[in-house]
Design a protein around this ligand. Structure first.
Ligand code: ADP
Length: 265
């Protein structure tokens, strides 16, 4: 039985979150090869009648790569400036990659307030529905250049969960740099065991170690688990897969790669 593959086949409205570590190579530059491959896989899904919304990290990395300075600056104004520069680069990359398939992309930048306010909520929803209905792929990111701590969503795992709930998605797929949830951090523990199906997050939390995260990622594994809890409450399953592996979605669908699925209780 291929639970995750079948889930992807059955789902029509899919939010795909692409993490910063998926998009970057070892030198901290954007990995165009993997980005190209992911866009190709999303196009395949669209050809099968599925509708896709992307939540993409990577603006900061793109900013550093584009301007080649300020990466050591800790000041918030420089970090936000890097995101302002990098967001353009990121969207240019998506635009060019989707253009190969004659598909347009639309950028939506949001802050936490946008999800709390009824009227803004409605407007984001309507814009998403319009874009998707017209065959355009919305690409969402937090508006990092204006967000301050008090109004920050903070990480794109949470943003993708908010988006999946708002759009009433059938499935949320998180792409990271690990195959799924393990009993301990697989980056530092060679004997870490992959957990493929999760039905009870409270029980999971008692048995796994969630410490440690990557250099660029803002969330770590814990925000992915919180995202799962949030969408599961609305009956939306969450799948965590390794986006750095070529053809990952194709392989998950044909059963040659594994991931983790959260179904909720
Ligand atoms: P992204 O940038 O893709 O959102 P993060 O780097 O923020 O991803 O979080 C994923 C990282 O969390 C993994 O690379 C891994 O090092 C770390 N991690 C810590 N504990 C676990 C665990 N129990 N299972 C899987 N990954 C874990």
């Amino acid at each position: 039985m291929n639970i995750i593959g079948d889930l992807i086949k059955r789902s029509n409205k899919i939010v795909v979150k692409i993490g910063s570590h998926t998009l970057s190579d070892n030198n901290g530059k954007i990995n165009m090869e993997i980005m190209h491959n992911i866009v190709g896989q999303l196009y395949d899904l669209m050809q099968k009648g599925k509708r896709i919304i992307i939540v993409s990290s990577g603006a900061g990395i793109c900013g550093v790569a584009a301007i080649n300075k300020w990466h050591r600056k800790e000041d918030i104004n420089y970090k936000q400036a890097l995101c302002a520069i990098g967001q353009v680069e990121l969207m240019m990359a998506y635009k060019e990659l989707f253009a190969e398939y004659d598909i347009h992309v639309g950028q939506i930048l949001v802050s936490r307030d946008d999800f709390g306010d009824h009227s803004r909520n409605l407007h984001i929803r309507n814009t998403l529905f319009t874009l998707v209905d017209e065959g355009v792929v919305p690409i969402i990111n937090e508006n990092d250049s204006v967000s301050v701590d008090e109004i920050k969503i903070g990480d794109n795992d949470t943003l993708s969960a908010l988006t999946a709930n708002l759009w009433a998605a059938d499935l949320l797929i998180l792409m990271s740099d690990i195959d799924g949830i393990y009993d301990k951090n697989p980056k530092v523990n060679k004997d870490a065991q992959l957990i493929e199906e999760i039905y009870d997050i409270d029980k999971l939390m008692l048995r796994i170690d969630t410490t440690g995260k990557s250099d660029f990622g803002t969330g770590g594994i814990i925000t992915k688990i919180y995202a799962a809890r949030s969408v599961n409450e609305y009956g939306i399953p969450l799948v965590l897969v390794n986006g750095t592996k070529k053809d990952i979605l194709r392989k998950i669908v044909n059963g040659t790669e594994k991931g983790t699925v959260f179904f909720g209780k």
